[in-house]
Design a protein around this ligand. Structure first.
Ligand code: ZN
Length: 666
């Protein structure tokens, strides 16, 4: 877009200034027109806070935040490291406590930032977020002790809303919901300082929204110590004892309905390795937009890799952050050969809290742009279109699920609202153009999964065409053979559900891509083979990107042996399932009469979100404001009702009644 801007500068200079009221004609506020003896001299407005000037060493712009977001100056950096041994799942002792929320009245607020709904919808963005000095995030006051932990999350992908000290070493934490919504908590990432070594601290996150979690299946939180990184070269590791995930007494009120859902708590205890260290706690290995930019910058500045990959701007997000698209293919071969290459589309991070998707993506790109014979063969066989981060805004602000439209982008692939959902609109458009040009063999969108272990895929059954029967299952079955201790074919599902019509997977399949998948990696670990009962590391996640490439070569092997073996195996598997579940025998061709969906469990199994409509900023503004304009009488009535509802739950709840604008609790 900078190119366009310079172009328009040139164009403007070509017109005599008198013929054009430049100030009025300009549709951008980024250009300023100076006049020198009647000549218009356009220049970029200062300070240049919209786009950094690209340079060969860094073709990337600074990061844009919604203007209300406060961002601290320091940038967070973590080393990449893998533990020498696989880290085992947590084994419950049966004595884990389930502390109920205490609240701010009985506790001591040590950290508090503006809620996600401070402004009702996204308005403007700015590089570096909110202008002006950063506010003090802690309440201070007489209770403030030197021995308190110091929390911070106002950095990329951070999302701690509030920390309340409820015991000497006991902290109750509230996560910031996705921006302009009051839901979707699950991801967490924040900094802790001022700790004492040898002390056991308890952390309890009290506003988790999912009814179940991998924390019930042995998953542990992650800890990063800057001093351990500095002194021993160690990075993120699994920590924690007394881990429990359970329903608490708080409820989450839906914005527009009377239905209330229970909130859940995640509690754990842990010690820190050093006194007065800087540590981080997270749900999964963070992978920020800056991290992606550094990675892309390495790929495009290294002559060894830049020969096969072109980096382009797919579009800008709502906040104006760049959504990158990479084209990877070998420049060798004649025109006819190159134009006959089939295409593969790979995307990731439509859901910003699913950082595991980005690690798989990094592994995929590193392998694909590497020097191995397999990588070269892949580049000579295919044209890869890769969108490594579909939702940079969500990643920047620390969302779990949504874009700054306050909506799940992966329910909006059918959208006509290009300006509200630019990232998915342009992705679909890019795929359409690609399909007009060449065959697209496979589309895959990388995700994280918060309730099941292992890695698996969701696909779409091609049941309309008998010649294609079961073929959509070949690639996932091959994956499970190549990554036997990580990838579970049993967890794969091949369904076209009504509720998922707006997902990338189903929209691309309806466009005509038969092999259309999401690849879901657990946040936890494996239950398979040698790796049974251990967490995935960064290296494990990256290896999935490699296995994906490996499987592509198997899938497209001109020798059909592997494919026909897989088809035979799939047929046998299905016949057995029919026997077990429906009590029916089938001959080898009898499957046609059985709807495959009948024998797959009907639970969606995935991280479902209902499609929740128009972007928040397009909702009827009077509707959006309604809850702020309640009459005093209504407010009193509501209060009475709430007090009745919480009677007996202790005084601490009442304080929260006043916080009408974040009426998450009552
Ligand atoms: Zn997802």
């Amino acid at each position: 877009s900078l190119f366009v801007r310079f172009n328009s500068v040139v164009m403007l200079c070509a017109y005599p200034p008198a013929a054009l009221h430049l100030g009025q004609a300009l549709r951008t506020r980024q250009l300023v027109i100076d006049y020198d003896r009647g000549r218009a001299i356009p220049r970029l407005r200062e300070p240049l806070d919209l786009f950094a000037i690209p340079s060969p060493s860094s073709p990337f712009q600074g990061i844009r935040w919604p203007i209300e977001c406060e961002v601290i100056k320091e940038t967070m950096h973590h080393i990449e490291w893998d533990p020498p041994e696989p880290e085992p799942f947590y084994q419950p002792t049966g004595h884990e406590r389930t502390p109920m929320p205490v609240g701010e009245e009985k506790g001591n607020v040590v950290y508090y930032i503006d809620p996600a709904t401070k402004t009702p919808y996204f308005t403007y963005s700015r590089m570096g977020g909110c202008r002006g000095p950063i506010s003090k995030s802690t309440a201070g006051g007489p209770h403030q002790e030197q021995s308190n932990l110091a929390f911070e999350s106002r950095f990329e992908s951070g999302n701690l809303q509030k920390a309340v000290q409820v015991g000497v070493h006991d902290y109750e934490l509230t996560l910031r919901t996705d921006m302009y919504t009051n839901k979707h908590t699950q991801w967490f990432y924040f900094r802790v300082r001022n700790m004492k070594v040898g002390v056991t601290y308890r952390f309890t996150i009290v506003n988790m929204m999912k009814a179940s979690s991998l924390y019930c299946l042995g998953m542990k939180p992650l800890l990063y110590s800057e001093r351990a990184a500095w002194e021993k070269g160690e990075g993120w590791r699994r920590i924690g004892s007394n881990i429990r995930y359970y329903r608490n007494q708080h409820h989450h009120a839906e914005q527009d309905s009377a239905t209330k859902k229970s909130l859940h708590s995640l509690t754990w205890t842990c010690q820190f390795p050093y006194d007065s260290d800087t540590c981080f706690l997270a749900h999964c290995y963070p992978y920020t937009y800056s991290h992606l930019q550094r990675h892309l910058s390495r790929l495009t500045s290294d002559p060894a890799t830049s020969a096969y990959c072109k980096l382009r701007v797919l579009c800008r997000s709502l906040a104006g952050n760049t959504v990158h698209v990479l084209t990877v293919t070998s420049p060798e071969g004649g025109w006819a050969e190159r134009s006959a290459r089939k295409a593969v589309v790979v995307t990731a991070r439509v859901h910003p809290g699913e950082t595991n998707g980005s690690w798989m993506m990094q592994g995929f790109l590193d392998f694909l742009l590497g020097e191995s014979d397999d990588a070269r063969l892949l580049r000579e066989t295919f044209v890869f279109k890769v969108v490594p981060m579909l939702n940079p805004d969500g990643v920047v602000v620390g969302n779990y699920r949504c874009s700054l439209a306050g909506r799940d982008l992966n329910r909006n692939y059918k959208t006509l609202l290009r300006d509200s959902f630019p990232c998915v609109w342009h992705t679909r458009n890019m795929v359409k153009r690609l399909m007009a040009e060449r065959d697209v063999v496979l589309y895959c969108d990388f995700h994280g999964h918060s309730r099941k272990n292992n890695v698996f895929m969701y696909g779409c059954a091609n049941s309309d065409d008998p010649t294609q029967r079961l073929r959509e299952r070949i690639f996932p079955l091959m994956m499970s053979k190549n990554a036997a201790d990580k990838f579970s074919f049993r967890s794969c599902k091949f369904r076209v559900q009504k509720s998922k019509e707006g997902t990338g997977r189903i929209v691309m399949w309806r466009l005509g891509i038969r092999n259309s998948y999401t690849m879901e990696s657990t946040f936890g670990g494996s239950t398979l083979g040698n790796r049974k009962g251990t967490h995935f590391t960064m290296r494990d996640l990256k290896s999935l990107g490699y296995y994906f490439c490996d499987t592509l070569l198997d899938y497209c092997d001109p020798d059909p042996t592997k494919t026909s073996h897989c088809l035979a195996e799939l047929g046998a598997m299905l016949r057995q399932q029919v026997r077990e579940r429906l009590g029916r025998e089938t001959d080898s061709d009898g499957l046609v009469s059985v709807s495959i969906s009948d024998i797959e469990s009907s639970t969606s199994g995935s991280n479902s979100t209902e499609s929740d409509g128009l972007p928040v900023h397009l909702l009827n503004p009077t509707q959006a404001k309604k809850k702020h304009l309640r009459s005093r009488k209504d407010r009193n009535k509501l209060r009475e009702k709430r007090v009745r509802g919480v009677a007996g739950k202790g005084k601490s709840c009442q304080l929260l009644l006043c916080v009408d604008s974040i009426s998450v609790y009552h």
